[in-house]
Write a protein that binds this ligand. Structure first.
Ligand code: ADP
Ligand code: ZN
Length: 343
C-alpha cells in the first residue's frame, strides 16, 4: 500500500494505491456518504457497497451531460444530502468526472472522494482535480477544477475491466513515461507479459510511478497555464482521431503520440531510434489500430479546439524519451508538418 499526497494551492488530497477498495469506509470523513457509480460497476461490485445510498448512471460518455447532473442533484436533495454531505464516486473516468462535477456544484460544493476502477482513471483521470461534462458538440466544456479528499486505486479491480478498456489505459501510462520518465518506459518494456496478465504487484508499481509523475506535474500548475500542458502529449491529434474516427481514447492517443513523435523527428528534436522504440512499445500492447480521417477533418477539429490561443496551439513535442517540451505552433504550420510526415 502506498499513500501519496497531492498539494495544490488550496487543497491537499491523498492517493492511496494498493488499498483494498472495500476499505473505503476508513477514508470517508463523516458517516453519511452517497455513492455515485455506473450500472456496470454496480452490478459487479454493488454487493459490497455496505448499504450506502447509491445513485447509478448509465455507463459511458453519454452520461456526461448537464441533464444527468441535474437529475443526480435532484436525487441528492430527495435523499436529504446537505452541504455536510459526502459523495463517493466509484468508477472509471466517466464516473469520476460526473461525481467530481456534481460534488463541486451541489450546494456550491461538498466534499468528495473516489474509488478509481479503470486503469485510465487510476493513472490519469482521477488525479489532477479536473472534472466536467460535455455539451452536444464539445467535450469537457463545462467543468471545474476541484480536488477530491482521496482517491483509492485498487489494482485488483482492473481484473474485471474489459480488454480494450484496459489497453486504452495503458496508452496513458506509456504517455507518462514518454513525457517525464524514461525509467518508467524501461519498467513497462521489462514487464510486458505481466502487464498483459494484469499482475497486481507489477501494476501497483507502475500506477504509483505514473501517479507520482502526474501529481508532480499538476502540483506546480493546477490550472494548466504552463508545464501541465505536457500531459496533453498526443492529445491534439488524438482528440481529433477519437472524435472523428471513433477510436477509444487510449487508442486515439496512441495514434496521436505517433504523429507527435513523427513531427518531433521532422523538427530535428527526436531521434529516429527513439521514435521506433515508441512505436514498438505501443505495438506490443496492440495499441496501434487502423483509422480513417482526412486532413480536412483534423484541421477542422483543431481549429475548434478549446485549448487553442488565437491561431496557434500549444503543441507537445519530445526531445528524447522521458523529455517533453511545449511549443506554440500556428495551426497552418502544424498542418504542414502533419502533411509532411507519413503515418
Ligand atoms: P474511462 O475509460 O475514462 O475510465 P469509463 O468510466 O467509461 O471510462 O469506463 C470504461 C468502461 O469500463 C465503462 O463501461 C465502465 O462501466 C467499465 N468499467 C470501469 N471500471 C471497471 C471495472 N473495474 N470492471 C469492469 N468494468 C469497469
Ligand atoms: Zn487522455
Amino acid at each position: 500500500l502506498e499513500r501519496l499526497r497531492i498539494e495544490t494551492d488550496f487543497h491537499s488530497s491523498e492517493i492511496i494505491i494498493g488499498e483494498s477498495w472495500r476499505s473505503f469506509g476508513k477514508y470517508i470523513p463523516r458517516g453519511e456518504a452517497v455513492i455515485v457509480t455506473d450500472d456496470n460497476i454496480l452490478k459487479i461490485y454493488g454487493k459490497d457497497f455496505n448499504g450506502l445510498k447509491v445513485l447509478s448512471v448509465a455507463p459511458g460518455e453519454n452520461s456526461k451531460r448537464l441533464e444527468v447532473i441535474a437529475d443526480l442533484a435532484n436525487r441528492l436533495l430527495k435523499l436529504g444530502t446537505d452541504r455536510h454531505g459526502f459523495i463517493l464516486g466509484i468508477g472509471g473516468g466517466v464516473v469520476c468526472d460526473i461525481a467530481g462535477f456534481l460534488a463541486s456544484v451541489y450546494m456550491r460544493g461538498i466534499s468528495f472522494g473516489f474509488v478509481s476502477t479503470s486503469l485510465l482513471s487510476q493513472v490519469d483521470a482521477s488525479v489532477g482535480g479536473k472534472n466536467g461534462v460535455n455539451l452536444e458538440t464539445v467535450k469537457n466544456i463545462i467543468g471545474t477544477f476541484r480536488q477530491p479528499e482521496f482517491v483509492i486505486c485498487d489494482p485488483e479491480m482492473l481484473k474485471t475491466l474489459p480488454e480494450d478498456e484496459y489497453r486504452s489505459g495503458l496508452a496513458e501510462l506509456i504517455k507518462h513515461g514518454l513525457i517525464c520518465d524514461e525509467g518508467l518506459l524501461t519498467d513497462i518494456e521489462r514487464n510486458i507479459e505481466a502487464i498483459l496478465q494484469r499482475d497486481t504487484r507489477v501494476l501497483q508499481g507502475l500506477i504509483v510511478r505514473s501517479v507520482k509523475i502526474k501529481a508532480g506535474v499538476v502540483a506546480g500548475d493546477e490550472k494548466e497555464k504552463g508545464r501541465r500542458m505536457i500531459l496533453n502529449f498526443g492529445h491534439t491529434f488524438g482528440h481529433a482521431i477519437e472524435s472523428k474516427a471513433g477510436l477509444k481514447h487510449g487508442y486515439a492517443i496512441a495514434a496521436g503520440m505517433i504523429i507527435a513523435s513523427e513531427i518531433s523527428v521532422t523538427l530535428g528534436l527526436l531521434s529516429t531510434n527513439d521514435r521506433k522504440i515508441i512505436s514498438d512499445l505501443l505495438n506490443s500492447f496492440n495499441l496501434l489500430s487502423e483509422y480513417k480521417i482526412s486532413t480536412e477533418q483534423i484541421r477542422d477539429f483543431i481549429m475548434n479546439d478549446k485549448k487553442k490561443t488565437g491561431d496557434a496551439v500549444n503543441f507537445i513535442l519530445l526531445e528524447k524519451l522521458g523529455c517533453a517540451i511545449v511549443k506554440s505552433v500556428p495551426i497552418g504550420k502544424l498542418m504542414d508538418l502533419y502533411m509532411r510526415i507519413k503515418v
